[in-house]
Design a binder for this molecule. Structure first.
Ligand code: BT5
Length: 282
């Protein structure tokens, strides 16, 4: 790869560069905070949201020292190579429909990455995959009162121009980047603009109550349904066929005994595609 392109695409993210040509009405039209390094953009965004930052405010960092995944896991954030951002939203939906937001963000990311010529797949609930490797993830954190969401921070991590050596050995076999998959470095600003545009389109769909349309698109991109899965839950685990997603975004898993489990939070390991009887194919 031409080293001058490397420099071009490694240049730092700035609010001016991002706003120039950004084709959104709300997301990114509010303040954009770009930090060289933070512990976690989600933590910064939550702090700003508590202070009243408007919907559409964005927090970005070139690197994170404690980038978070779900369940206190770490999101590896090598400097200057990926997108690590958090978007403040104030959705007019009841708290129990909050899980819909993660699926909505997943659809937006899949559509944005598709524009780079890739075929990303969504693994329930929050993984964006290229083949069997993870290229991105979503971490949604909400602050709710009894019957309303005060704010939601949608955190997005995407490995854009990341090289294999940038990942610690512990995830080298699990992770990939756009560059590793296409062989080409791409502009992080361009991809960010597309992500914000897609996120806004799908978020509007969510706010209008059209979750069925979002689910339809999620199904087009998904790689979980119809598979034998093992799901780790906070205190136990479930194994069975991932049958469907319900209208809240929960995963429905039917175990060997025929019992249907409704799972809102969990980690999925895909095992095998099913044979027609719904038993694991050998
Ligand atoms: C996620 O969690 O996938 C959500 C990731 C969200 C990260 C963004 S970055 C901006 C914002 N600010 C934050 O602090 N977080 C958000 P989870 O499903 O729990 O996946 C975490 C697991 O993915 C880890 O345990 C690793 O196995 C793997 N992993 C960590 N870093 C990775 C990376 N850069 N690429 C691929 N896989 C990674």
């Amino acid at each position: 790869m031409d080293p001058s392109l490397d420099n071009l695409y490694a240049t730092s993210l700035s609010p001016q560069a991002i706003k120039k040509g950004l084709n959104t009405r709300r997301l990114g039209q509010q303040p954009i905070y770009c930090f060289p390094v933070v512990e976690s953009t989600n933590s910064e965004a939550k702090r700003l949201a508590r202070q009243g930052a408007p919907e559409g405010t964005i927090v970005l960092a070139e690197s994170q020292t404690k980038g978070r995944g779900r369940l206190k896991r770490l999101w590896v954030s090598p400097p200057g190579k990926g997108l690590y951002l958090s978007v403040i939203l104030r959705p007019p939906i009841p708290p129990q429909l909050g899980p819909r937001i993660t699926l909505t963000a997943g659809v937006a990311l899949a559509e944005a990455l598709q524009d780079t010529g890739l075929t990303p797949k969504l693994k329930w609930p929050n993984d964006v995959m290229l083949g069997r490797r993870k290229v991105g993830g979503v971490l949604t954190e909400a602050s709710c009162s009894e019957n309303a969401i005060s704010f939601v921070v949608v955190g997005v991590g995407i490995n854009v121009n990341t090289d294999l050596e940038d990942f610690p050995t512990s995830i080298r076999n699990l992770a990939t980047s756009v560059r590793l998959s296409t062989g080409k470095a791409i502009s992080r600003v361009g991809l960010l603009q597309t992500c914000l545009y897609q996120l806004e389109q799908w978020y509007e769909c969510l706010c209008q109550g059209s979750f069925a349309t979002i689910l339809e698109s999620w199904r087009r991109h998904e790689m979980t349904l119809g598979r034998w899965v093992e799901v780790s839950l906070p205190e136990s685990s479930v194994a069975g066929v991932a049958e469907d997603i319900d209208s809240h975004g929960a995963l429905l898993v039917r175990d060997k005994g025929g019992r249907l489990h409704r799972i809102l939070v969990g980690d999925v390991v895909h095992c095998r595609v099913q044979d027609r009887q719904g038993l694991p194919a050998s």
